[in-house]
Design a binder for this molecule. Structure first.
Ligand code: NAD
Length: 253
């Protein structure tokens, strides 16, 4: 029996990068997938790829920061699959800049996607999870929550998600719902490719520099994060609640 047979997992921003790797691992382990993304083109490509692999997938273009879009998707996903057992708040953006150059729009965009988006999704799924007396909520934080130059907006949002996670853990625990966070370090995705571009170095140079700071001597891959997410999502992890797991190839606190 596969680890997530009979489970339904809702993953936001699942078209590429970490979200796609998480979705893929859940499906390989038997879960049905509900996926959303704002990027229509990449989403439909990923959807066809997943269908070709025989995964059971319900997908829609939706913006996590828009309450109506999230609620409409969650309601139709529950009509399709009967329930949602697992929510992974993965969708994310960066709008990096030093504080004195950061625009209001950079601040608002990052807060809206990470914080408002995770709030919208958690609120929308919790009523179904509470009815079922079962749920697993996993939020994507970051080592940037500990502070990172050029990321006043992003580090604030990622630290905020840790407080959000702990509060959900306290409020929802009695309904059989756990909430935990995974805080990745440097992971090779389009997000870190965009960082290399912004600071004007090649991606290879950025990877080399990052690896020099990572105790295990390699950069992270989306699958490294997916493995940690699956741990929190397991039925057997029911006593692990309100935790933040740094997955960064070395200690962080
Ligand atoms: P990515 O840019 O490769 O993928 C992010 C996905 O989210 C994209 O498909 C994008 O279209 C989608 N998205 C963006 N805004 C959205 C919205 N409003 N609604 C729905 N979907 C939206 O990024 P990634 O590196 O895979 O990052 C995934 C998560 O992991 C993010 O929350 C990110 O902050 C976090 N994270 C990444 C790293 C890293 O090194 N890559 C490190 C720490 C944390």
């Amino acid at each position: 029996m596969k680890r997530f047979e009979g489970r339904v997992a809702f993953i936001t921003g699942a078209s590429k990068g970490i979200g796609k790797a998480i979705a893929e691992k859940f499906a390989i382990e038997g879960a049905k997938l509900c996926i959303i993304d704002v990027d229509e083109q990449v989403l439909s490509k990923t959807f066809s790829e997943f269908k070709d692999k025989g995964f059971d997938v319900f997908h829609q273009v939706a913006d996590v920061s828009k309450r109506e879009q999230v609620e409409a998707f969650v309601d139709s996903a529950v009509k399709e699959f009967g329930k949602i057992d697992i929510l992974v708040n993965n969708a994310g953006v960066i709008r990096d800049n030093l504080l004195f150059k950061m625009e209001d729009s950079d601040w608002d965009m990052v807060m809206n996607v990470h914080l408002k988006g995770s709030f919208n999704c958690a609120r929308a799924v919790q009523r179904y999870m509470v009815d079922n007396k079962y749920g697993r909520i996993i939020n994507l934080s970051s080592t940037s929550a500990l502070g990172n130059r050029g990321q006043a907006n992003y580090s604030t949002a990622k630290a905020g998600l840790q407080g959000f996670t702990k509060t959900l853990a306290i409020e929802l625990g009695k309904f059989g719902i756990t909430a935990n966070a995974v805080a990745p370090g440097f992971i090779e995705t389009d997000m870190t490719r965009a960082t290399a571009k912004r600071i004007g170095i090649s991606f290879e140079e950025l990877v080399k520099h990052s690896v020099s700071q990572i105790p295990v001597g390699r950069s992270g891959k989306p699958e490294d994060i997916a493995n940690a997410v699956l741990f929190f999502a397991m039925e057997e992890s029911s006593f692990v609640n309100g935790q933040v797991l740094y997955v960064a190839g070395g200690p962080k606190a």
